[in-house]
Design a protein around this ligand. Structure first.
Ligand code: PEP
Ligand code: MG
Length: 552
């Protein structure tokens, strides 16, 4: 790797850097579902039947191997499996899928179809589709498993065609993962072998970006050209600048990894509360999705995204399961924990809620609005949070996402307090809420500005859209003006106003937010050291000057 530029002997690509840090390793692509070629004439039906059976065996063996890896806490790498803290559950899911792939009825059906003249891939397709329709007709829980059969079918067809199986790869060595895009469940299932992420699509506040930061993985999104880089090419990824160096040697890759380790160690050596150079305190808090994301160094948890616990679920979590998940975080976190109630919808689908499809999901029933259709969900969650807080004695606060009016804030505060939670806040993610910040603060104890959604709704720009990244830049003056208005309302009311969107973890933006008057910054734990360093280098007046310039 040349000192001066982030390019390799094979040149460079660039995308949007969304998660700081550098890493290098061989590129491995996540395969999509195989496309089924046209049926081909079959000369030897017995050979086709044998190929179909072999494909089913390969799928079963692969799932069982991943299940075993998930159980031992090693890299399972399977879609939806292997997430830290969820190894046992992931293993059970993978074993259940392996049993379906190993079902003798499925195998016989595929063999019969092949002996009847279908090629192996089409015989498998027809056998799985028959099975799927039978399950769907049964309704209820079994019908929900029909989607799993599609995933298994894609795996079996890929195996029969000699293609890589779809889903997260598991090459057995550290690698840089490349994908068209990653679902929240894919990202949650990433194993420890993944060194960095590159996606063709995705935006700066997409959940790929958020989860990459939570894991401290360098990540570049919105890089369509990576589609043409061959598998196995050694690439270097700079998650800050968004540059990708192509064709490194193994020695250059090792050097990149070593420098990144040294830089992380240097930053982690600085500890203590957040302060500007002249001692103005700014609380540095962590954004987490589960206890597995907790790291030492932050002054508390400013955003506990509870929906990440339940993303893949088709059944609602029981009260006991919810309480246990919250209690695990409360026990292990240092400092106060702000729990955000479920934020379902659009980019965070929660199938267990069974919400109807909507033509405009980002503008529909999401966040706190789900309470309009399913009031029991919020009360059950508040009760579980309150129970976990009582059991652990932790300093627990709650806030609601996607609050739009002071009346919604008042309703949420009343119910949270009735559940026994004293400190209640709301997120400011919608311009209407920012414009009424003072009125919101009459109802609640604090505001937390979600700049990811506030930018999306202020600029009418989909937060996942790579072509609109300039509109989603947190330095846009219109966005900064709304943040300033919220901070001013907080000063007036004597109540804290923080930022918990991705902007808070950007060392170039955090000082500006402090200059606008926000009192805390909540970010991916991996960003805390960089932001601490950035604030320590500037006085409060210098931060204010940066804010004035940016607003202008
Ligand atoms: C936000 O919108 O800024 C936020 C923190 O919430 P999420 O990214 O989970 O929507
Ligand atoms: Mg949001």
């Amino acid at each position: 790797m040349p000192e001066t530029g982030w390019a390799g002997p094979g040149g460079r690509l660039s995308g949007l850097g969304v998660s700081q840090g550098r890493a290098a390793g061989p590129l491995v692509r996540m395969a999509g579902p195989p496309s089924l070629p046209a049926p081909r004439p079959v000369a030897d039906p017995e050979a086709e039947a044998a190929t179909a059976v072999k494909a089913l065996e390969a799928v079963t063996a692969d799932l069982n191997r991943r299940a075993a890896a998930a159980r031992t806490g090693a890299s399972a790498g399977a879609g939806g499996g292997g997430g830290a803290g969820a190894g046992g559950e992931a293993a059970e899911i993978l074993e259940a899928l392996a049993m379906i792939a190993d079902d003798p009825m499925l195998r016989e059906e595929a063999e019969t179809r092949a002996r009847g003249g279908a090629d192996a891939a089409h015989a498998l397709e027809a056998a799985f589709d028959g099975h799927r329709d039978a399950l769907a007709a049964l309704g209820g829980y079994l019908a929900e498993r029909a989607a799993d059969l599609d995933d298994l079918k894609h795996r079996a067809v890929a195996a029969a065609l000699g293609l890589p199986m779809p889903g997260l790869p598991d090459p057995g060595h550290p690698y840089v993962l490349v994908a068209g895009d990653l679902s929240p469940a894919d990202t949650a299932g990433l194993g420890p072998d993944v060194l960095a992420l590159i996606t063709e699509r995705g935006g700066p506040t997409s959940h790929t970006a958020i989860l990459a930061r939570a894991r401290g993985l360098p990540a570049v999104v919105a890089c369509p050209a990576v589609a043409d880089v061959p598998d196995g090419t050694i690439v270097g990824v700079d998650g800050a600048s968004g540059e990708i160096a192509l064709g490194l040697t193994p020695e250059q890759a090792a050097e990149v990894m070593e420098r990144d380790r040294a830089e992380r160690a240097r930053l982690a050596a600085a500890t203590g509360p957040g302060r500007t150079a002249d001692g103005h305190p700014v609380r540095l808090l962590a954004n987490i999705g589960s206890a597995a994301d907790l790291r030492p160094g932050a002054e508390g948890v400013g955003l506990f995204r509870t929906e990440f616990l339940f993303l893949d679920r088709k059944q609602p979590p029981s009260p006991e399961e919810q309480t246990a998940a919250y209690a695990e975080v409360f026990e292990r976190a240092e400092g106060p924990v702000i729990v955000r109630t479920l934020d379902a919808g659009t980019d965070k689908p929660l199938p267990f809620l069974g919400l109807p499809e909507e033509p405009n999901p980002a503008l529909g029933v999401r966040g706190l609005r789900v309470d309009r259709l399913l009031p029991g969900v919020l009360d059950a969650q508040l009760a579980a949070i309150a129970e976990a807080a009582r059991a652990t004695g932790a300093d627990v606060r709650v806030m609601a996402p996607m609050v739009t009016t002071p009346a919604e804030a008042a309703g949420f505060a009343r119910r949270a307090r009735a559940a026994g939670i004293a400190q209640v806040g709301v997120m400011v993610e919608v311009p209407a809420a920012a414009l009424r910040a003072a009125e919101l603060l009459r109802e609640v104890d604090f505001l937390s500005i979600g700049t990811n959604d506030l930018a999306q709704y202020t600029f009418a720009a989909d937060r996942q859209h790579p072509a609109l990244a300039d509109l989603l830049d947190p330095r846009q003056p219109a966005l900064l003006g709304l943040i300033e208005a919220c901070a001013a309302a907080g000063r007036e009311a004597g109540k804290p106003v923080g930022v918990c969107g991705e902007a808070a973890g950007d060392p170039a933006v955090a000082p500006l937010l402090v200059g606008l008057g926000v009192t805390s910054l909540s970010m991916a734990p991996s960003c805390v050291p960089l932001v601490r360093e950035a604030l320590a280098g500037l006085t409060l007046e210098e931060c204010r000057e940066l804010a004035r310039e940016a607003l202008a």
